[in-house]
Design a binder for this molecule. Structure first.
Ligand SMILES: Cc1cc2nc3c(=O)[nH]c(=O)nc-3n(C[C@H](O)[C@H](O)[C@H](O)COP(=O)(O)OP(=O)(O)OC[C@H]3O[C@@H](n4cnc5c(N)ncnc54)[C@H](O)[C@@H]3O)c2cc1C
Length: 463
């Protein structure tokens, strides 16, 4: 039986006592959820407005998805860019992509401003394709990027693939041909089934440690305007025309002019809208749960940090975590073990759709069969892998909330503007959470913002 043990929580360096809500409180802004979205939303709200902020976390800071992810910083959507263009038009779609990419700069701003010590590694990351159709999908995406005025990604195709002859001429300027040997070196594999590779800017960080450190900074920098309460589940949010009343367990309330849900989508509370149509029913169907599984082992510090994804042949949409899927690995320094500097190599990819109404339990053991499939992927793909019998220091799972459109919800609830959202993990959430935090602070400071692909959908349209 393998317990759910994440490397990010193992390195949290937490020293604060847990302070639950012990009396009724009032604040200008209440934020529900103490993951990276809640922390960054609090940061920009405190920095860019005069509002007081109360942040309420059901468990402990950063112990949700933020503490159980792959820790890869990346700006792609878990949905083809082309389908976003089709839904929203080229201009809005490209603005959405630019927004997520702008979060790299926001991350730098936070790191410098708060003098955070959480390491952030930046590098060019790679994705390997083994099928012609996968290559065409990425070329299409690149074509849309160019049309939208975004920087194209670098696409390399192996000369040995024979794929170039089959490509329409209009893709000609969007790729380069290289010997397969060079491409496999970038993908750090000897698996000769990979014939194309996409290069893009990526990074790695421990988002849990970042969140924990940021909370410490906010508490120290804004003692009169910021308060954090942990182990305080919100059970009910009652919205009126001018304010919200948050009911918590075991019984205290927080009254606020605005409330921002940064709950990743999984909330276990009810929303009662006394000033408009029902929000609760549709809100609770907004997200579908998927459990993501990961494993990691320590190796000598023999190579630089990286992030590589692999698209093997024939990816089925089964939702079966042991079935073939796309896999990814990250490698980054992880301190010392027995006096020797170590890299942490993590692999992920298998996911399981959470059946409707089923409850996810963080304490559940990791699935042995899933760990074995991750081990097999690394053994057969990653050229540094030491082979059979590798000991995995970490094995963990986390809950992702997928919105129907696969896009994060950031903005005002159309049925009652007292309520705002920065939620919807959608598998890639670090940069979107950061961008979302800034956008929410801009709204709270009174700015009127342009429409965006992240705007919450009017719940009344969903009935
Ligand atoms: C397995 C896995 C791998 C991932 N890999 C990556 C990756 O490589 N790169 C990337 O960018 N993203 C990745 N993600 C997504 C990313 O981790 C998340 O999008 C991001 O951490 C979301 O942060 P959050 O603050 O929105 O949610 P969370 O970190 O889940 O925080 C939400 C918080 O709200 C609290 N909460 C919920 N309900 C209540 C309530 N009623 N009262 C009070 N508090 C409440 C929860 O306890 C929780 O702490 C991954 C996610 C998973 C699960």
């Amino acid at each position: 039986m393998i317990p759910n043990r994440s490397p990010w929580l193992a390195q949290l360096n937490r020293s604060r006592p847990i302070v639950p809500l012990a009396e009724d409180r009032a604040a200008d802004v209440a934020i529900v959820g103490g993951g990276i979205a809640g922390a960054v939303t609090a940061y920009f709200t405190l920095k860019n407005t005069d509002s007081s902020v109360v942040l309420i976390e059901a468990d402990r800071v950063a112990h949700g998805a933020t503490g159980h992810n792959a820790g890869q910083i990346t700006s792609y959507f878990e949905r083809p860019f082309e389908s976003i263009v089709r839904e929203f038009g080229l201009e809005l779609a490209s603005e959405g992509q630019r927004s997520i990419e702008s979060a790299w700069g926001l991350l730098d701003e936070i790191l410098a401003d708060a003098a955070l010590r959480t390491p952030v590694y930046r590098f060019t990351g790679y994705a390997g394709c083994s099928e012609f159709a996968q290559l065409v999908e990425h070329l299409e995406e690149n074509k849309d990027r160019v049309a939208a005025g975004l920087a194209p990604e670098t696409i390399l195709i192996a000369k040995e693939s024979g794929w170039e002859e089959a490509l329409p001429l209009f893709y000609k300027d969007l790729y380069a041909m290289v010997p397969q040997e060079d491409l496999l070196a970038l993908l750090e594999t000897e698996d000769r089934r990979y014939f194309a590779c996409i290069a893009s800017q990526k990074g790695c960080m421990n988002s849990a440690r970042f969140t924990e450190e940021l909370m410490g900074y906010l508490m120290a920098s804004y003692p009169g305007r910021f308060a954090l309460f942990e182990e305080t589940p919100v059970t009910r949010v009652v919205l009126s025309e001018s304010h919200a009343l948050l009911h918590t367990k075991p019984g205290h309330t927080v009254e606020a002019r605005r409330v921002v849900l940064c709950t990743n989508g999984f909330e276990q509370f009810h929303i009662e809208n006394q000033s408009g149509s029902d929000i609760d029913t549709n809100f609770h169907h907004l997200v579908q749960g998927r459990i993501g599984y990961m494993a990691g082992y320590l190796e000598s510090m023999n190579a630089a940090p990286t992030a590589i994804s692999y698209f093997p042949k024939g990816i089925p949409e089964t939702g079966d975590p042991t079935g073939e899927t796309y896999f990814y690995l990250t490698r980054r320094p992880h301190g010392e073990d027995a006096g020797e500097a170590k890299n942490l190599v993590c692999a992920g990819g298998p996911e399981q759709v959470l059946p409707n109404q089923a409850l996810y339990t963080r304490e559940d053991y990791c699935r042995e069969d899933v760990r074995e499939s991750l081990d097999e992927f690394l053994r057969t793909t990653y050229h540094h892998h030491p082979g059979t019998g590798t000991e995995y220091a970490f094995c963990w799972h986390g809950l992702m909330g997928y919105t129907p459109g696969g896009l994060r919800r950031i903005g005002i609830e159309p049925s009652n503007p007292v309520l705002l959202y920065n939620l919807g993990c959608n598998g890639v959430g670090i940069l979107p959470s950061i961008f979302g935090g800034k956008r929410i602070a801009r709204i709270l400071s009174g700015e009127t913002l342009e429409r965006s692909i992240f705007d919450p959908v009017d719940q009344r349209c969903l009935t």
